[in-house]
Write a protein that binds this ligand. Structure first.
Ligand code: A4P
Ligand code: MG
Length: 166
């Protein structure tokens, strides 16, 4: 099993609901074990048109899937959230990016791993530091435009169901 990390982002509609649905679906995907979920961050939009703030999070996995297979899973999750691809960096119900897949390296337009913009983006680094403190250490004062919220993502379908009942 390989250690991998996926980034989740949403700035349209039920933002937390889209992130939770993605985590729940990942946990139910054969070949994927969700081993950690970061805090949920509210983040100022970076690039693209004038658009609302994002919720961002990172999911840690152990997986038998390779980077290409994880991209296919990511794109299925985006489609399930009703995402229609519009303007690059534009608003979206759900964005799922493949950040890191063990020490695998892929360099093509359809898939670049490690994610090429990972190191310049606080909205990715802050949640990645939560689940992978061995890979990322927060700078003093944290990252600009990135605020941890009190919102919580449940790592497993069972945990999400018991939360709804309580
Ligand atoms: N692609 C290549 N490598 C990867 C990868 N490692 N993971 C390809 C996922 N996809 C990858 O992505 C465009 C193409 O990138 C896909 O067809 C895939 O084959 P997209 O999701 O259709 O479009 P996009 O997300 O608008 O473009 P891109 O370049 O992935 O943008 P980013 O870098 O994901 O940025 N601000 C805040 N605060 N929070 C955000 O989450 N996200 C973006 C999108 C911009 N600003 C943001 C946020
Ligand atoms: Mg993307």
């Amino acid at each position: 099993m390989t250690r991998a990390h996926l980034a989740l982002g949403s700035n349209l509609g039920d933002r937390l609901g889209f992130l939770q649905s993605a985590v729940t679906a990942l946990a139910a995907t054969p070949g994927i074990e969700v081993t950690g979920v970061s805090r949920v961050y509210e983040t100022a939009p970076v690039g693209g048109p004038d658009q609302g703030p994002y919720l961002n999070a990172v999911v840690a996995l152990k997986t038998d899937l390779d980077a290409r297979q994880l991209l296919a899973v990511a794109q299925t999750l985006e489609a399930d959230a009703g995402r229609v691809r519009g303007e690059r960096w534009g608003p979206r119900q759900l964005d799922v990016d493949v950040l890191l897949v063990g020490d695998e390296r892929v360099d093509s337009p359809e898939l670049t791993v490690p994610h090429p913009r990972l190191e310049e983006r606080g909205f990715v680094l802050a949640p990645l530091a939560d689940v992978a403190p061995d890979l990322v250490s927060p700078p003093e004062g944290g990252w600009a435009g990135v605020e941890a919220t009190a919102l919580v993502l449940q790592p497993s379908p069972q945990a999400a169901r018991s939360e709804q009942r309580s």
